[in-house]
Design a protein around this ligand. Structure first.
Ligand code: ATP
Length: 451
């Protein structure tokens, strides 16, 4: 019998039951567009961010034709001088068209009503139910406003950043002047961003508070096209390398009329979630648009003197801009596997680098000298890998819990261990069992995980 289709309901239920993701403020009825990560989700998210930082910043591959380039990081403040958002165009133009329904009092994105179920009759879309009474669309700015200091008037307005990119642009000169770096140069940042989305939906996919990983890659204008292709392909293959290998992952080049006015080229990495094909990351050749805007608004010279070319220019920028939470959701969706034959019925086959727990150690029973053998094995493994020790419940239940957490290997100490010194090692992906010498558990993990 074919496995039933993966649905968001199943993913959401598993995420809550096993502590990947919780609704924010759930005990008070929640709050729309905000989410918390539980113990397993926190580890998973950290692993994704660490993999990104390692693979893109610390240990990035060579550029096209083996060209060298440098990557450094910044960690900028969430609230910046509001002039930054005037220069970037966010104060004037970062808005979505919004409509209200006078009947159900719902508020919707005008460009999404055809895909948004009507709250009164969810089998119909907004606007298609006889009672729907929609207002004309009007623009709604997505930036969250706050005030700085005690006075709350127009002069104290500030914004929670809607993207991490502008902190990088505003610091371009600081980084170049302080770090002995030269172009081509990428500046990376991981951090929270905030958008007052009109209609947060599809679980964590469209939230009001989310985390981004962004790179602004500065290069000579003549080389921008080559670097754009490099980053587009590297970002796509990064997802594949971490396990998004199914044909649900796509790379889509934007057509001419879809490009932003300042962009020369753009592509999206998309994932076909149960709710449809949606953007995980955008890679764009943004030309010199952002630096020039900041030069104009700040009055500061942000051009770069290229000592090798003996030329001064405003660099072009390639921007790979991804959402950490959307990646978490894609990795969870891809890992979710239905298997009728096992106790848990479902397991998460995360890539070993991403798995929140890499191994578990179980004494079959909490007596007969088994815990005494299991404990030192656990102590040895956990010095190197996140590992859990569990001596309670039937062994099938313990395997089931590790299957749902996506733990690649479990080591079980049983009666035979005392006779011949071997332990059972159980493989998450096919539930197969093998016996290895109890002294080899850590070595076995290292060989199998390749991390
Ligand atoms: P969308 O069209 O889906 O709103 P966008 O094109 O506005 O996204 P960007 O401004 O390019 O998105 O932001 C870069 C990345 O930040 C996106 O690819 C996405 O992964 C993430 N992101 C943007 N908005 C949200 C959100 N509301 N919730 C979660 N992640 C988001």
């Amino acid at each position: 019998m074919a496995a039933p289709a993966t649905t968001m309901d199943k993913i959401v239920a598993l995420c809550k039951r096993r502590g990947f993701i919780f609704q924010s403020s759930e005990i008070y009825g929640g709050i729309g567009g905000f989410w918390d990560y539980g113990p397993l989700g926190t580890e998973l998210k950290r692993n994704i961010k660490e993999a990104w930082w390692n693979d893109m910043v610390r240990n990035h591959p060579p550029g096209p034709d083996g060209r060298e380039f440098q990557m450094v990081g910044v960690d900028c403040s969430i609230i910046m001088n509001p002039k930054v958002w005037e220069a970037s165009g966010h104060v004037g133009g970062f808005s979505d068209p919004m409509v209200d329904c006078k009947c159900c009092k719902g508020r919707f994105r005008a460009d999404q009503i055809d895909e948004t179920p009507c709250p009164k009759k969810p089998s119909k879309m907004v606007g298609q139910h006889a009672d729907c009474d929609l207002t004309e669309p009007r623009e709604f700015n997505l930036m969250f406003q706050t005030h700085i200091g005690a006075l709350q008037d127009a002069t104290s307005i500030a914004y929670l950043r809607p993207e991490t990119a502008q902190g990088i642009f505003a610091n371009f000169k600081n980084v170049v002047d302080s770090s002995r770096v030269k172009l081509p140069l990428g500046i990376a940042q991981i951090g929270k961003s905030f958008r007052n989305e009109i209609n947060p939906r599809n679980y964590t996919f469209r939230s009001r508070e989310f985390e981004q990983y962004e790179i602004e890659f500065f290069c000579h204008p003549e080389e921008a096209a080559i670097w754009y292709e490099f980053w587009r392909d590297l970002r796509h293959s990064w997802y594949t390398g971490l396990g998004l290998t199914s044909d649900l992952l796509r790379l889509r080049n934007h057509e001419g009329d879809e490009l932003a006015h300042y962009a020369k080229a753009c592509a999206d990495v998309e994932y076909d979630f149960p709710f449809g094909l949606s953007e995980l990351e955008g890679i764009a050749n943004r030309t010199d648009f952002d630096l020039k805007a900041h030069i104009e608004h700040s009055g500061k010279d942000l051009s770069y003197f290229d000592a090798e070319r003996k030329e001064r220019y405003v660099p072009y920028v390639i921007e790979p801009s991804g959402g950490v939470d959307r990646s978490v959701l894609a990795f969870i969706t891809e890992a979710y596997t239905y298997d009728e034959s096992r106790a848990s019925k479902e397991f998460m086959n995360f890539h070993p680098r991403l798995a929140p727990i890499k191994a578990a150690v179980f004494p079959l029973v909490a007596k007969d000298g088994m815990p005494e053998i299991a404990q030192p094995i656990y102590e040895e493994i956990r010095r190197q890998y996140p590992c859990q020790y569990d001596a309670k419940q039937a062994i099938g239940k313990r395997y089931a819990r590790m299957d749902e957490a996506g733990t690649p290997f479990c080591f079980t100490i049983d009666g035979q261990t005392k006779e011949d010194g071997t332990v059972t090692v159980r493989n998450r992906d096919d539930a197969s069992q093998d016996r290895i010498d109890k002294s080899r558990c850590l070595e076995y993990l290292r060989d199998q995980l390749h991390i």
